[in-house]
Design a protein around this ligand. Structure first.
Ligand SMILES: C[S@@+](CC[C@H](N)C(=O)[O-])C[C@H]1O[C@@H](n2cnc3c(N)ncnc32)[C@H](O)[C@@H]1O
Length: 195
């Protein structure tokens, strides 16, 4: 494992750091900071050094917290180990949750109103869309890795056609793509502003 810098967030393409390319990592970090997200939900921790590290770093910068769900115990345990050692400076900003995304989101969303969700779990378009629907009433930002794979085949047409979201990031040149959307405030009339 490469050394992490306590002060500087790295966006390297080291395969040990997960599958997102540096441009995607930087986009994810920047949009999380820019939109001041503080209650961040992630589906798909993997080993904790890819998007989880990026989102944990942004949560630290924003004074927020990341809740990251992983259903593979071996991956979850590797992530736990890393946040107890190399990434211990981020540990207080991260809650690593072992279990199925849909079940865990149902449980934790009773307690926490998430303002951002990052979806990078199963290659299952139905599940990705269902997980999003469980939190969509609260969130202002939704980001998705694998924008051109089966993982996002249901959420992609929904977000692209919805008048409730504007696309704030699109990376088409990476191997599997990345995109993010922001919930827009729609003005029905001048006295009635909805989320
Ligand atoms: C593409 S990897 C995530 C990569 C990670 N975001 C990164 O940047 O390094 C997808 C992860 O989702 C996990 N996963 C698959 N199905 C899941 C489910 N139903 N609930 C939670 N995690 C799941 C897999 O075990 C895998 O670790």
């Amino acid at each position: 494992m490469s050394n992490f810098d306590i002060m500087i967030t790295r966006f390297d393409a080291n395969p040990e750091f997960g599958q997102m390319v540096p441009e995607e990592r930087k986009a994810l970090y920047d949009l999380t900071i820019k939109n001041k997200c503080t209650k961040i939900l992630e589906v798909g921790t993997w080993k904790g050094v890819g998007s989880t590290y990026i989102l944990a770093s942004a949560a630290k910068a924003n004074g927020g917290h990341l809740y990251s769900i992983e259903n593979d115990k071996a991956n979850h345990d590797i992530a736990e180990d890393i946040y107890n050692t190399d990434l211990s400076f981020l540990k207080v900003y991260v809650c690593l949750i072992l279990g199925d995304s849909t079940e865990k989101i149902k449980e934790i969303s009773k307690e926490i109103q998430f303002d951002m969700v990052f979806l990078d779990g199963a290659e299952d378009g139905e599940r990705t869309f269902n997980d999003f629907n469980l939190v969509k009433n609260d969130i202002k930002i939704v980001a998705c890795h694998d924008w051109f794979t089966k993982k996002t085949e249901k959420i992609r047409p929904y977000l692209e056609s919805s008048k409730d979201y504007e696309q704030i990031s699109l990376i088409e040149t990476s191997p599997t793509g990345f995109s993010a959307f922001k919930r827009v405030k729609r003005v029905k009339n001048e006295n009635d502003i909805t989320r």
